[in-house]
Write a protein that binds this ligand. Sequence first.
Ligand SMILES: [Ca+2]
Ligand SMILES: [Ca+2]
Ligand SMILES: [Ca+2]
Ligand SMILES: [Ca+2]
Length: 262
Amino acid sequence: MNWLRTVTCVGIVGLLAGVQPVQGAIFQFGTGHTQNTISGLEQTVLVDEGVEMSLQAGPIGSRFNDSDPQGLGINSNNTSAGINDPDQNKFNFITGHPTGTRVAESFTFSFNQPGILQDLLLDGVKDETLEYFVINFPNRNVLTIFDSQADFRLGVQGFSLGDLNVVNPIECQTENDDLTGINYAFAAGEIFTLTYGEGDYDDVPGYKTNPNFPQFPNAVGDGARFQGVVIEVVPEPTRGLMLLVAAGLCVCRNRSAAITRQ
Ligand SMILES: [Ca+2]
Ligand SMILES: [Ca+2]
Ligand SMILES: [Ca+2]
Ligand SMILES: [Ca+2]
C-alpha cells in the first residue's frame, strides 16, 4: 500500500501548490466609486466581489456623507449629543458637546468573510497640522497614521513623530495618503475602528512658531477623508477545496501512522 500512500500524499501536495487562495476586494469612495449612495445613513453594507463590508458611523447618531469626490466623510450635525459639525463631508473634530470637549469622528467596519486587511486609502491628511487617522485592530493593536512628510516636518525643527503623545505613529508610504501592505489577518465579523485625530502642538513646543520653517496655510487641522480599503479573501469554492485537502491530509497522516504501526 506504500505506492497508494505516496500517490495520495503527492496529489495532495500538488493540490495545495495549485490552490490560488486569495482574491482582492476593494471598497472605494469618491469619484468613480461609491459616491452619493450612503449619505444620511448611520450604518450600511457594501458588497464587492461577493464580500460584504459593514460600516457604522460614529459617534452615535452620526451619519455617513459620501457627497465629496475625494472620499467619505461623517456628518455629526444635530446628533443626540447636540453637536455642531463644521465639515459635514469630512472626518474631523466636532464641537458643541455639552462637556465642552472636542469629539473625533470615526467609523467601525467589518467583513462577512475572513481575510487580510492590506491597504487603507486616505485623503487630506495634512502633514503641517499633524493630522492623522487611528486604526484600532480587532486584536487591540493600534496604529496612528500620519502624512508621508509628517516626520520630515517635525525633524526640521528637531522633533520626530515619537515626540507626539500618540500610539505607534506611522507614516503613509505614498504622498496621496495611503497606507499599504498592512497584512493583518482577520476573522469574519471582527471589527476595525478608524478615528480622525490631530497632533497636540503642546507635545512639540515651538513647532508652529519656528521662523525657519515653511509656514502653515492653516494653523489648525481641517479634517480628512476615507477613500477606501483593500482586502484579500479566500474565495468560497477555494475555501471548500482547501477544507477537502485538509481532510485528505488527515486521512493520509492516519494511514501513514497505521502503516507504521504494522
Ligand atoms: Ca464631519
Ligand atoms: Ca486635512
Ligand atoms: Ca497629505
Ligand atoms: Ca489617498
